[in-house]
Design a protein around this ligand. Structure first.
Ligand code: G
Ligand code: G
Ligand code: NA
Length: 255
């Protein structure tokens, strides 16, 4: 309960921040975008709270709606700063819980959020986990359609761990599949993990989707993923999630 009320106050106290992890084109090595990841620093009241703790709490209490709205605005603000700083025009991915996709006003909310910063909707990627997408698919689908009509891109996160209906997958207005980190982690030791990634890549090819491999930590993983024809990589091999100003430094020295 203490943590819940502290989280409630965290936005106003400016204790929430976004860190950003680069998404790297596997062939050109260019940074094609970033994923925003939320951090909560309680300062002298207890320091960093791991997202694995406060995100589930936010989901249970419904605070995730407020946090997600804040994250959309904050990511747009940061993208505009980078645009002016170093000409950033990549994609900004924000993690969205399924609850946000149940809102009839999501597309309008996004327009209203991006507009003041002059960030076009096609620069925004919303990441939703495969499991939460599939759970509420019937209700989420019209909202996805609406977002897609406005150019907002949808990425299916932790792909391969949920139970996607292949039938549905062909009908979804999505742009990207993110191979779950566990497959990348297991590539070296479990041949089956490589087969799963191979399958996801073929599936993505036939549906015209990008494939992102997350959790890439080593060069051998990167070269294997390249040979499997993934499009984009993300992971500690390139960079940890960084505060906005540090990400700018990173991007300017890696471009
Ligand atoms: O950020 P890692 O750095 O530890 O994040 C842990 C988990 O928290 C991940 O599964 C990630 O998807 C989730 N997460 C991180 N930031 C956000 C966010 O802004 N919104 C939502 N819904 N989940 C997030
Ligand atoms: O599922 P999602 O993409 O939201 O997960 C992001 C989570 O993965 C965050 O917790 C982030 O800090 C973490 N992460 C990012 N890169 C790596 C990596 O190379 N290795 C590991 N183990 N975790 C990573
Ligand atoms: Na994600």
């Amino acid at each position: 309960l203490e943590l819940e009320s502290a989280l409630y106050k965290a936005i106003g106290r400016q204790q929430l921040i976004l860190h950003y992890q680069p998404k790297i084109d596997i062939h050109t090595n260019a940074m094609v975008g970033v994923e925003a990841l939320m951090r909560w620093d309680r300062g002298s009241d207890g320091g960093l709270v791991p997202p694995g703790e406060f995100i589930p709490l936010a989901e249970e209490t419904g605070l995730i709606i407020t946090l997600s709205e804040w994250a959309l605005g904050e990511a747009a603000r940061q993208a505009a700063v980078w645009r002016d700083q170093f000409g950033f025009d990549g994609a900004v991915a924000v993690n969205m819980p399924s609850r946000m996709f149940l809102r009839q006003d999501l597309a309008q909310l996004i327009d209203k959020t991006l507009e003041p910063y002059g960030i076009p909707s096609h620069m925004l990627v919303l990441e939703i986990t495969e499991s939460s997408l599939m759970q509420d698919l019937e209700r989420i689908l019209p909202i996805l359609q609406n977002l897609n009509d406005r150019g907002v891109q949808i990425s299916v996160d932790d792909f391969g761990t949920g139970y996607s209906s292949l039938q549905y997958l062909t009908e979804l207005p999505i742009s990207e599949l993110k191979v779950d980190r566990s497959f990348v982690e297991n590539m070296a030791v479990k041949p089956k993990a490589v087969e799963v990634i191979n399958l996801i890549v073929s599936l993505a090819r036939s549906l015209n989707l990008r494939v992102v491999a997350e959790g890439v930590e080593t060069l051998p993983q990167a070269s294997l993923l390249r040979s499997l024809d993934c499009n984009i990589m993300q992971g500690y091999l390139f960079s940890r999630p960084l505060p906005g100003d540090k990400l700018a430094e990173w991007a300017m020295t890696h471009l």
